[in-house]
Write a protein that binds this ligand. Structure first.
Ligand code: PGA
Length: 226
C-alpha cells in the first residue's frame, strides 16, 4: 500500500506568488516519487492556480461546507472544490474544532457531502472517542484518519514511538482493515521514521514543516524509500 503525506499549509502563505513559489519548489525537489502519495492542502484561494501545476502532486482543501450551494455566506462546498481540481479535503482539524466550534455532528455532515461529491476526506481526530460519531453512517474505508494529539500540534513535542503505536493499534481496531491511518503533530524529517517504521502509521500529516520545501522534500523522500 502507498504511504500518504498530507501537507497542511493552514493559513499560509500570505500571497499567491509565495504560494506558487512554495508549491513549485516542492514539486521540483520531489521529482519522481514512486511509493508515496503527496497531497498539498493550501488555503482555498490558491487552489485554482496551483491546480494548473499539480501533475504528480494531489491537491486538498482544509475544510468544506456540507451544503452544495445556497445562502451560506462565506462557505465553500465540496462540489466547488471538486470542480477546481481538488481530490482531498481535511475535515475536523483540531483548529476548526477549537476556533470555529466544529462538532462531531457537523464534521459527520461534511464528511458525507465530501464523499458524495467525490472528494477523499482526511478526518482529523484527537482521540479515539471522536471516530464513532464522526463516521456515523459512513463506510470506514472511504475515509483517511489522521491522529493528531492536540498537545503535539505546532509545539515540537511528539509522543514516543511506543505511545504513538498504541494509538495506531487502538484506531485500527475501530476502523476497516484497509483504512489509511496517519500521524500528525510536529512531524519533521528527523522524527518521521519513528512514526512510520516504529509506530506503523500509513503516513503523516505535516503542518509547519510543510512550509519549508527542503524539510517536506526530505520527509517525502525518506518515506518513499521505505
Ligand atoms: P504541525 O501541524 O505539524 O505544525 O504540528 C500539524 C497539523 O496541525 O496538522
Amino acid at each position: 500500500m502507498k504511504k500518504f503525506i498530507v501537507a497542511n499549509w493552514k493559513c499560509n502563505p500570505t500571497t499567491l506568488n509565495q504560494a506558487k513559489n512554495l508549491f513549485n519548489s516542492i514539486k521540483k525537489g520531489l521529482g519522481a516519487v514512486k511509493n508515496t502519495k503527496v497531497i498539498i492542502c493550501p488555503p482555498f484561494v490558491y487552489l485554482e492556480e496551483l491546480a494548473k501545476f499539480k501533475r504528480t502532486i494531489s491537491l486538498g482543501a482544509q475544510d468544506c461546507y456540507f451544503q452544495e450551494k445556497g445562502a451560506f455566506t462565506g462557505e465553500v462546498s465540496a462540489a466547488m472544490l471538486k470542480d477546481l481540481g481538488c481530490d482531498y479535503v481535511i475535515l475536523g482539524h483540531s483548529e476548526r474544532r477549537k476556533y470555529f466550534s466544529e462538532t462531531n455532528d457537523l464534521i459527520n455532515k461534511k464528511l458525507k457531502s465530501a464523499l458524495e461529491k467525490g472528494l477523499k476526506p482526511v478526518l482529523c481526530i484527537e482521540n479515539t472517542s471522536q471516530i464513532k460519531q464522526c463516521l456515523k453512517g459512513i463506510l470506514k474505508q472511504k475515509v483517511i484518519i489522521a491522529y493528531e494529539p492536540i498537545w503535539a500540534i505546532g509545539t515540537g513535542k511528539t509522543p514516543s514511538p511506543a505511545q504513538a503505536k498504541s494509538f495506531n493499534v487502538k484506531i485500527k481496531k475501530l476502523v476497516a482493515s484497509n483504512t489509511i491511518v496517519l500521524y500528525g503533530g510536529s512531524v519533521n524529517a528527523k522524527n518521521v521514521e519513528g512514526f512510520i517504521i516504529k509506530s506503523g502509521f500509513d503516513g503523516v500529516l505535516v503542518g509547519g514543516a510543510s512550509l519549508k520545501p527542503k524539510e517536506l522534500i526530505n520527509i517525502v523522500k525518506f518515506v518513499d524509500r521505505i
